[in-house]
Design a protein around this ligand. Structure first.
Ligand code: ATP
Length: 831
C-alpha cells in the first residue's frame, strides 16, 4: 500500500561505462592480439584486427578501427574496486537517499560481465561491493533506521527463477508491474539482511544455482540473466516520512553468435533466448535513445525487469564489458555500438518518499475502497442467500464453478442412468416376447402330443423331446416370464424415479449455475441427452410393435394351417360320407361328375370322375356299361363331344377347373333308366382325351380307388334313334337321385359354324322324351333326400327361357348348363 511521492527529481542520462578485460592466459598462449585501447578513461579505440601488418597499405584506407567515447572507460589494468567507486558507489548514496538505481553489465560472452558484477573472492564484484557500501552507509547513520531486504532471481529461457529460496524450490515466478512501486517479481524470496555476510551468502548460493554451462567461448558461461535487488528503507523523523531506495544489479547473459559458439541442442536454444532478450534490450535502448514514445519493454522478461532501470524512476549505470581479443572484434564492436547508443538514454530519477500524512490519506482512500468492496460483496451475498441452503453461500468464483460442475455431473449421471435403465427395459421386453413365443409353441406341441392330432408341424419338433421334457420346459419358461415381469416392474419404477430426479435437476439449473453462458451450454447438453434417451424409447416401442406384428403374422400362419387342416378334414369326412352313402345306396349307382381336387385356392387340378354300378337292362340282365344315349356319332363328332367309348370318365383329369366348359345331360331310355353324360368341351386342348385319363391308376396313385374301366361302346341301336319321343315317366323301380358335386364351369355356347355343322340333325328339345322333366327330376331328388337346385333342373329341362338363346337357334335345349361340376347322379335302375 505504500505510495511513492516525488522527492527531488533530476533528469539525467544513463551512465555508460566500458570495461575491457585483460587477455586470458589461454588467449595469450594462442597469440590472440589485443585490439582494444582505452584512452583517458573515456575513449575506447577498437583496432582493426586485420591491420597488424604494417606494410598492408591496401587495407590502411579501409581500416576497421573504431573509436568511441563514453562516460567512463576502464582498461584491462583497472580493477573492480576502481570501477565500482567510479560508477556504482555514487548510486549507493542515492539508494540510501530513497532513489532507485540500477547497475547492469552488458557484453558478449566471456567479456567479463560476471567478473564485474559478482567477481571472485579475491576480487569481489559490484554486487558485493554495493551491498558492503549500503551496509556501510546504514552503519554510518545514527539518526535513521534502515531495513535492507534482498532478492536474487535469474531469467532463464524467458522464465523467472528464484535463486534465493532457502528450500531450494525454484519454481517459475511471475513478473508484474505496479504503477507505484514499479516492476516486481511475485512470490520471490525476500531476505532481510542484517549484514554484508548474509548478502554474500545469498549471492554465493544463488550463483551456484544459476545456470551456467561451458561453451567454446567461456568455460563458465552464464546462460541466464541474474538480478540482485537490494531494497533499503530509511526511517528517521516520522514527520519526514520513509525513504525507500532500491538498487538493482544485473549480470546479463552474454550476447553471442551461434556460429562462434558452436552450440547445438539446448545450448543453441538458450543462446537464441539470450539473444532474443538482448535484442529486445537493444531495441529498448534504441527507442529510449531516440526519444521514441513507444519502448518495447514487453518484448522480453529482461526488458520488463529493467523497465524502471532504463527509462523510469532510476539512476542507471551500464557497464559494457568488452574483450580485447581480435577474435571478438565483431562482438566487441556491437557492444560498443550498443553502449554508445545507451549513453543517449535519459532517465528521470525521483526520490521515493513516503510521508505519514500521505499515508493517512492513502489509508483513508483505501478504507473507502474497501467499504465500497464490502458493500458490493454484501449485495452479492444477499443474492446468494436467496438461493437454497445447499446452493452457493459465498460469492466465490470457485464455489460457483464447483456448483456448476456438480450440477453438470449430476445431470450426466442421471441421464446415463436413464439410458442404461431404458436399455435394460428393452432387453427385458425382448426377452419377454421371446419367452412368450416359446411358451406358445411349447404348449401347442404339448396339446398336439396329448391329442395326437398328427399333422401339426410342431409335432416334428416333438420328436426331439419327450412330453415330460416339454412340460418341464414349459414350466421353466413360465418361471422365466415371471422373473422378467418382475424385473420389468422394478426397472419401470427406477425409470420413473430417475425421471423425477431429472426434472428436479432441471429446476435447479437456474439456481445452481449462475453463469448464463454455462447455463445455456448445460441446458443444451441436457437436451441432447434427453433426445438420445427419447430416441431409445422410440426404438423400444418400434421393437415392441415389430414383435407384435411378427407374432400376429405367426398367428395368421397358424390359423391358415388350421384352416387347411380343417378343410382337409372336411374333405376327408365328405369323402367318407359319400362313400358311406354310396355303400348304403341300394342297387346301381351312376356317378357322373367331377370333384375339385385338393387345392381349391388354385382351382385345380380337377378330377372328373364317373362311377357307376351294374344295372339291369330290360331283360333283367345286369349290365356294366354306360350308354351314351341316343346321340348320333356324327352329332357327337360335330359337337366335339368326347365319345363315351373314347373317354374314360372315371379318371379324366384336367389341370384347372376353369377349363371345364361343358354340358351334362341326363337321359333316360324307354323302360330303362340310363344315364347319359355328355360334355362339350370348349377348351380345344381338352378335346383330345388326355392319356392319363385312360389310366385309372392315376387316381389310385392319388389315393382314390380306381373305378371300373370304362364300359364298351353302347349298342348301335342305342345311338341310332333320333326320333323325338314323348316324355316318359321314369320306371317305378328306378329312383334316380342327384347329389351335389363341386364347381361346374360355365356353359359353352355353340358357335353358328358349329351349329351348322350339325346339319339337320335333331337337337334335343324340351319335349325330348329322354329328358326327364323338371318336376320329375325334383321328384327323384326328393326321393333321395337331396335338394336339387330349382334353376338347375329347369335349365336341364330346357324350360328356362334364359337358356334358350333364340338367336343361336341351335342351342340345345336339352343341354343343361351346370352351375357345378361333380354332380353325382345316383341311379338305381331295375330295382
Ligand atoms: N577484469 C578482469 N580481470 C581479470 N580476469 C577477468 C576480467 N574479466 C573477466 N575475466 C575472466 O574472463 C573469464 C570470463 O569472464 P566472465 O565469466 O565474467 O565472462 P562473462 O561475460 O560473464 O561470460 P558469459 O556471458 O559467458 O557468462 C573469466 O575467467 C574471468 O575470470
Amino acid at each position: 500500500m505504500a505510495a511513492a511521492s516525488e522527492g527531488d527529481e533530476a533528469s539525467s542520462r544513463i551512465n555508460v561505462a566500458v570495461r575491457c578485460r585483460p587477455l586470458s592466459e589461454t588467449e595469450r598462449s594462442n597469440n590472440v592480439q589485443s585490439i582494444c585501447r582505452v584512452m583517458d578513461r573515456r575513449l575506447v579505440i577498437l583496432l582493426d584486427p586485420g591491420a597488424s601488418a604494417a606494410n598492408d597499405y591496401l587495407r590502411q584506407d579501409k581500416s576497421k578501427e573504431k573509436r568511441f567515447a563514453f562516460d567512463q572507460a576502464f582498461g584491462s589494468d583497472v580493477d573492480t574496486k576502481t570501477l565500482f567507486k567510479a560508477t556504482t558507489e555514487p548510486l549507493i548514496k542515492s539508494v540510501l537517499q530513497g532513489y532507485n538505481a540500477t547497475v547492469f553489465a552488458y557484453g558478449s560472452t566471456g567479456a567479463g560481465k560476471t567478473f564485474t558484477m559478482i567477481g571472485t573472492t579475491i576480487e569481489p564484484g559490484i554486487m558485493f561491493r554495493s551491498v558492503e557500501e549500503i551496509f556501510a552507509g546504514v552503519a554510518g547513520s545514527d539518526d535513521h533506521t534502515f531495513t535492507v531486504t534482498c532478492t536474487f532471481v535469474e531469467v532463464y529461457n524467458e522464465n523467472l527463477r528464484d535463486l534465493g529460496s532457502s528450500d531450494g524450490k525454484e519454481g517459475i515466478l511471475d513478473l508484474r508491474e505496479d504503477p507505484v512501486t514499479g516492476t516486481y517479481v511475485v512470490g520471490i524470496t525476500e531476505i532481510r539482511a542484517e549484514s554484508v555476510q548474509e548478502v554474500m551468502d545469498l549471492l554465493q548460493m544463488g550463483n551456484q544455482r544459476r545456470t551456467t554451462e561451458p561453451t567454446s567461448m567461456n568455460v563458465t558461461s552464464s546462460r541466464s540473466h541474474a538480478v540482485l535487488q537490494v531494497r533499503v528503507e530509511r526511517r528517521g523523523n516520522p514527520s519526514l516520512g520513509i525513504l525507500i531506495g532500491k538498487l538493482s544489479m544485473i549480470d546479463l547473459a552474454g550476447s553471442e553468435r551461434a556460429s562462434h559458439t558452436n552450440n547445438s541442442g539446448l545450448r543453441l536454444l538458450e543462446g537464441a533466448n539470450i539473444n532474443r532478450s538482448l535484442l529486445a534490450l537493444g531495441n529498448c535502448i534504441n527507442a529510449l535513445a531516440s526519444g521514441s514514445h513507444f519502448v518495447p519493454y514487453r518484448d522480453s522478461k529482461l526488458t520488463r525487469l529493467l523497465k524502471d532501470s532504463l527509462g523510469g524512476n532510476c539512476r542507471t549505470v551500464m557497464v559494457a564489458n568488452i574483450s580485447p581479443s581480435h577474435v571478438s572484434y565483431e562482438d566487441t564492436l556491437n557492444t560498443l555500438k550498443y553502449a554508445n547508443r545507451a549513453k543517449h538514454i535519459r532517465v528521470r530519477a525521483k526520490q521515493n518518499l513516503v510521508r505519514p500524512d500521505e499515508h493517512v490519506s492513502q489509508f483513508e482512500q483505501a478504507i473507502a475502497d474497501l467499504r465500497n468492496e464490502v458493500s458490493i460483496l454484501k449485495s452479492k451475498l444477499a443474492q446468494r442467500r436467496e438461493l437454497p441452503s445447499d446452493s452457493i453461500v459465498e460469492g466465490d468464483e470457485n464455489v460457483l464453478k464447483e456448483a456448476s460442475e456438480n450440477w453438470k455431473l449430476e445431470v450426466i449421471r442421471n441421464l446415463e442412468s436413464r439410458t442404461s435403465l431404458q436399455r435394460s427395459l428393452i432387453d427385458v421386453e425382448r426377452g419377454l416376447v421371446q419367452w412368450r413365443v416359446e411358451l406358445g409353441q411349447a404348449k401347442d406341441i404339448i396339446l398336439h402330443w396329448e391329442g395326437r392330432s398328427g399333422s401339426s408341424p410342431s409335432n416334428r419338433r416333438s420328436d426331439a423331446r419327450s412330453l415330460e421334457e416339454w412340460k418341464e420346459a414349459t414350466a421353466q419358461i413360465e418361471e422365466n416370464i415371471k422373473e422378467n415381469i418382475e424385473t420389468r416392474r422394478s426397472l419401470n419404477e427406477r425409470l420413473q424415479q430417475n425421471k423425477v430426479a431429472g426434472k428436479e435437476l432441471q429446476k435447479q439449473l437456474s439456481q445452481r449455475v449462475l453463469n448464463e453462458d454455462l447455463r445455456a451450454f448445460l441446458e443444451l447438453i441436457q437436451r441432447v441427452q434427453v433426445l438420445e434417451v427419447e430416441r431409445l424409447e422410440l426404438d423400444h416401442f418400434w421393437e415392441i410393435h415389430r414383435q407384435q406384428l411378427e407374432q400376429s403374422d405367426q398367428e395368421i400362419a397358424m390359423l391358415r394351417e388350421q384352416l387347411r387342416l380343417r378343410n382337409a378334414h372336411i374333405h376327408e369326412q365328405r369323402q367318407q360320407l359319400s362313400k358311406e352313402k354310396q355303400e348304403k345306396m341300394p342297387g346301381h349307382v351312376f356317378l357322373l361328375g367331377s370333384t375339385l381336387a385338393e387345392s381349391s385356392p388354385q382351382r385345380g387340378p380337377l378330377r372328373v370322375m364317373q362311377a357307376w354300378a351294374p344295372w339291369r337292362d330290360e331283360d333283367g340282365q345286369e349290365q356294366e356299361r354306360v350308354n351314351s344315349g341316343n346321340l348320333s356319332v356324327s352329332e357327337e363328332a360335330t359337337d366335339d363331344f368326347p365319345m363315351q367309348d373314347k373317354i374314360n370318365w372315371r379318371a379324366l383329369e384336367v389341370p384347372l377347373a376353369s377349363q371345364i366348359k361343358g354340358l351334362a345331360q341326363l337321359q333316360q331310355n324307354a323302360g330303362t333308366s340310363r344315364l347319359l353324360a355328355a360334355k362339350a368341351w370348349k377348351d380345344k386342348s381338352l378335346r383330345s382325351i388326355p392319356e392319363r385319363a385312360r389310366r385309372p391308376l392315376a387316381l389310385a396313385r392319388n389315393g382314390v380307388a380306381p373305378p371300373p374301366l370304362a364300359p364298351p361302346a353302347p349298342p348301335r341301336e342305342l345311338r341310332e334313334p333320333r326320333e323325338p319321343r314323348e316324355p316318359r315317366e321314369p320306371p317305378g323301380n328306378s329312383s334316380p337321385s342327384q347329389t351335389r358335386g363341386s364347381t361346374c364351369p360355365p356353359l359353352r355356347r355353340k358357335s353358328s359354324l358349329e351349329a351348322n355343322a350339325l346339319g339337320g340333325q335333331r337337337q334335343p328339345s324340351v319335349g325330348d322324351v329322354r329328358s326327364p322333366g323338371p318336376a320329375h327330376q325334383r321328384q327323384i331328388l326328393r326321393a333321395q333326400g337331396v335338394a336339387a337346385p330349382q334353376r338347375q333342373l329347369d335349365k336341364n329341362s330346357g324350360i328356362s327361357g334364359a337358356y334358350r338363346d333364340k338367336s343361336r337357334g341351335r342351342a340345345r335345349s336339352e343341354h343343361s348348363r351346370m352351375a357345378r361340376v361333380g354332380r353325382s347322379f345316383v341311379h338305381t335302375p331295375g330295382r
